[in-house]
Design a protein around this ligand. Sequence first.
Ligand code: ATP
Ligand code: MG
Length: 407
Amino acid sequence: MYNAVICRYHEIAIKGNNRREFEKQLIGNMRHFLRDKVNCKVRQVRGRIWLEHPDRNALFSETELAAVREILSRVFGLESFSPARLVSPEMDAIRDAVAQMAPPVFAARFARQQTVSFRIRARRSNKEFPLRSKEIEIDLAAVVARGLENDDRLTVDLDNADITIGCEVRHEFAAVFLETFRAPGGLPVGCNGRVLGLLSGGIDSPVAAYLAMKRGCFVDFITFHSAPYTPPESVDKVRRLAEKLNAYQPAGTLYVCNLAPLQKQIRDLCTERNRTVLYRRAMLRIAEKTAHRHHCGALLTGEAVGQVASQTLTNMSTINAAVDMLVLRPLCGADKADSIRIAEAIDTYSISIIHAPDSCTVFAPSSPATSVPRHIADAEEAKIPDYEALLDAIADQAEVFPAGVAR
Ligand code: ATP
Ligand code: MG
């Protein structure tokens, strides 16, 4: 039934000079995701993006439309989209399209409910078109109602209709559509730079990465394991999470670092209760070095105030003070239940709950300190000979997985 898809984005985010950049990024991302999956043209025409079948006279198959729907539901920056039929910008062609497209959609509704309300919404950017928007709406309403004039199961509702038939008339074509699907909103990934996300196997950090992508950040990932004290499954899990998250962006790279050499030093030389904070400071420092090397402008964590012992204000301040780079914490004020809901929606939850020990749990103190002031952490780290060289070595030896793809 359809040979095009109308894609809509909010203009609020693109006011001013960055509008072109925003649109370029959005179209680039759409092309990336559609590539090899759906053969279509993607073009931007005044405030809308149109996906079109390469052959104007051919229609998309059901399989292609299902793929388009699945793909567009993952493209940040899009607000909604509607599969559409493009026809020549003439009233007869528009009427024919409505007459052909409406019956199956109405029949499907009538199969589910007693009465069905509808409305027509027309827009014309071609002001030379002989009918005005209102007149187009009245004309097409008559086409829909043809044969159903005395059927009181069909009603018109201009505010809250079950079915809205849209018609857009432009100079070069007219489009008719009957369904609108929500897209995820946000900003196109990449229009707000590149960040490095600290990805554990937990529930929160994948959600934090997702939220940063939604705000237009391209996310590379870094994870820490403690082989041989943590099993390979701990890293496999993170690789699967990175792969899931890469469904929302052109693939981010995963850096895998072994923290164990430093953890042994911390175990042997520092106060037991302070270990967790010292681990987390080391993670941030190694992440900062990695971010500088790969042109990431900020770090990203799944921390939320008050969630675990390392996330008291004092400990977060002490951890934060380890680096100069901006650290994004999108979950700062989130409840665990909020994170879980998002994790379920983006399908990372089922991976996150698989049991595999985290690097932070290696030599973990039975009772971690909830308040480690900065000067104490500094003094603890000063006890470790060649602390800085050890951090560099860990960053240097990172395993790199360009697309984070699981083995
Ligand atoms: P998560 O569910 O994301 O693991 P959490 O509530 O369990 O978070 P912590 O384990 O203290 O809290 O971790 C806080 C943040 O530190 C994580 O969200 C993540 O960004 C980072 N982090 C913790 N462990 C690791 C790790 N092994 N590798 C990379 N980052 C980590
Ligand atoms: Mg954790």
